[in-house]
Design a protein around this ligand. Sequence first.
Ligand code: HEC
Ligand SMILES: [Cu+2]
Length: 335
Amino acid sequence: MTRRGLWLAPLLALGGCSGMQSPLAPAGAQAASISTLFWLMMAVCGFMYLLVMGGLVIAMLRGRRRRAVTADPAISPKDSGPSRTLLVWVALIVTGLTTLIVGSFLAERTIAKARAHDALEVRVTGHQWWWRIQYRDPVSGRWIETANELHLPLGRTTRVTLGSADVVHSFWVPNVAQKLDMIPGRLNLLDLTPTRAGWYRGQCAEFCGAQHAHMALDVKVESPQAFDAWLGAQARPATAPADPVAARGMAIVTGGACAMCHVVRGTAAIGKAGPDLTHFGARRSVAAGTLTMSRGAVQGWVAQPQALKPGSMMPAVPLSPADADAVSRYLLELK
Ligand code: HEC
Ligand SMILES: [Cu+2]
């Protein structure tokens, strides 16, 4: 960036404050409290900053004028003791700090009060570098597993239990709620009460290794009816494809190396090291937000995971081009 281009930096930074991954465009009760607190802090600190800078400019101008008048250092301005100005300053600082303390206390209380008793139960486990997601089925009490895409019913509180399978990660969906660490050997609770439907983007917010930046989470807030339909579909096992090429893909995925690491419910694939693929084709992206879902992306990922996400825990499994094609067809049919 050129020197002149640097002036654009604050504008670009502000541009980052809107959209699907922004704490200042709240779409959840918790994020709304936090953004109110942010603006309160901004107002108090901004006001104080302007006052201090204004005082500094006045002092500089006065000093220069005075130096011009009294070149003789022996003649100095009279010391008049603690002035009224000083008292006003002290009062301002105390008021400002008190406002900040009360504001953050209230924000914290509001977030804690949002806790609901009939919360939907969800577990999210951080892995290098993807998210295991499990929903408690309200009917059977069983856990329904999926990965990398979190759906939330609008207007209802979801209580997420956060854990980690390896290193410290941090769960953060800025539009909906505050961030919270995912710590190995420990479970943390986070409530999400979304208030606006739409797609949002979460991101691991604690450096967790080489592919930390490629550990994103698609989040969809939808009406309770749409959510129930989605969860119902997730609970079902995969259906076998009718298409013969996709059927060959199924044989490769569920009978070969893939099955050691991936689950496709309803088939022989029961490995737990990687993301559940039962309804993979219905997801929006591939490999925790790394690629947008498409035939090409899936085929590319299966052929060269190490080129697209170097260091990823998925090794390249050698497949002929025809087999790779069959596999990607099958995976996309897993709706
Ligand atoms: C050694 C274990 C292992 C093997 C073998 C393996 N995978 Fe994976 N797979 C993973 C892991 C771990 C991830 C998550 C990688 C990441 O996003 O960082 C993954 C991710 C994926 C994803 C993306 C899932 C999502 O939610 O976006 C697909 C699709 C996939 N694997 C398909 C396959 C196929 C097909 C095979 C066989 C040709 C295979 N995998 C073999 C471990 C494995
Ligand atoms: Cu992480």
